[in-house]
Design a protein around this ligand. Structure first.
Ligand code: NAG
Length: 348
């Protein structure tokens, strides 16, 4: 709470400073925009074992989306370790205990063996039920509104566990921080290039978890993004020539985009300040931070050694070939090697 109060005070100070520093907003221009949005309505990705609906009940089949930009990025050892550690925290274990009966019920109802029914699996069941419900498919009697709400809460808990909850900043460095880094690079690039030549807008079509990872890294996550939610990062050029960053989040059809502010800055945040605040979640070297360096080093070393070995074999074969030919055609070789030698001498 003290942290929140301090952050609140900092934002107030920031707001006052920004207010004092900026000339009236009349002549400011929108210089560049990054958008990250979630795809729209889709079919489920899988059916659970007792699902009355199968893939053939969906005209376009299951899924129908690519896995580009799908978070969490899984090929990161350090991140896997952090999630394991999260699952060992008291908070996590307590929630699992509290939901034991519900998960037992879910396992029976869906036919998913209890030992396989992780929170991630429960989320996938929720996702399937959600799509089916939206498309008025056959719903089994056990899928009541309260079961759906319970599943939604477990999904939120799972999202917290994989992107936040424990060592959030370090998780962010390995996940959403990569996207923050890319967005800042896009902004920096847009400042370097002649304005008329540079793109004005870069748009990432992504998944709910991409937005979650991004917002967790920025420390402004509230709840799982509905279909087609869009996180906007806008760069403004102020009248006095300075740059500010503003973020908006369009997640409800019926309301205007919500202004989002970093906890330690005003909604219109000076670019330098923005960069300073998010610095902690930007990975320098993702592979290294994931703990892959030594593996890569080993692989490189092995490949290097294998390469050298092949080269040695080739040299040996070439020399052997040369010697054999020489002994077979000694007469010709003597003459030609003399010419060769002469050429080499001349070249040297
Ligand atoms: C939309 O985002 C705002 C701001 O983060 C949040 O307060 C609100 O609950 C969200 N609504 C939905 C439907 O996700």
């Amino acid at each position: 709470m003290a942290g929140a109060a301090a952050a609140g005070l900092r934002s107030l100070l920031c707001a006052l400073l920004a207010f004092g520093a900026l000339t009236p907003a009349a002549g400011r221009t929108l210089a560049f925009v990054n958008l990250v949005y979630r795809h729209g309505d889709r079919s489920p990705i899988v059916a659970y074992p007792t699902d009355p609906n199968t893939e053939k009940d969906w005209p376009q089949g299951f899924g129908q989306l690519t896995q580009i930009l799908l978070f969490p990025l899984k090929n990161c050892s350090r991140y896997t370790k952090l999630v394991e550690e999260t699952e060992n925290t008291d908070e996590y274990k307590k929630t699992l205990m509290e939901n034991k009966d519900f998960l037992d019920m879910l396992s029976k109802a869906t036919g998913v063996p209890r030992e396989q029914l992780s929170l991630e699996y429960a989320w996938s069941i929720y996702d399937t039920l959600f799509c089916e419900q939206l498309h008025h498919k056959t719903m089994p009697a056990w899928v009541t509104p309260s079961v759906m709400e319970h599943l939604r809460m477990l999904k939120e808990f799972h999202l917290q566990a994989i992107f936040g909850m424990y060592k959030q900043e370090e998780k962010s460095q390995l996940q959403g921080g990569l996207l923050v880094k890319q967005i800042l690079q896009n902004i920096e690039q847009s400042l370097k290039v002649t304005p008329t030549l540079s793109p004005k807008l870069i748009m990432y079509s992504a998944h709910d978890t991409t937005i979650v990872a991004l917002q967790m890294a920025l420390n402004i996550y509230s709840q799982a993004p509905p279909y087609a939610s869009c996180h906007m990062v806008e760069l403004y050029k102020e009248d006095n020539g300075t740059f500010t960053v503003e973020m908006y989040y369009k997640n409800e059809s019926s309301s205007a985009p919500y202004p989002l502010a970093l906890p330690a800055c005003s909604q219109s945040c000076p670019l330098d300040r923005f960069i300073e605040i998010v610095k902690g979640v930007i990975p320098d070297d993702w592979d290294k931070e994931c703990g892959h360096t030594s593996n890569h080093f080993k692989i490189d070393l092995l490949l290097g050694l294998a390469g050298s070995f092949c080269l040695l074999v080739l040299i040996f074969l070439a020399v052997w070939q040369y010697c054999c030919n020489w002994s077979q055609h000694e007469g010709y070789q003597k003459v030609s090697s003399g010419i060769e030698g002469g050429k080499k001498m001349a070249l040297m």
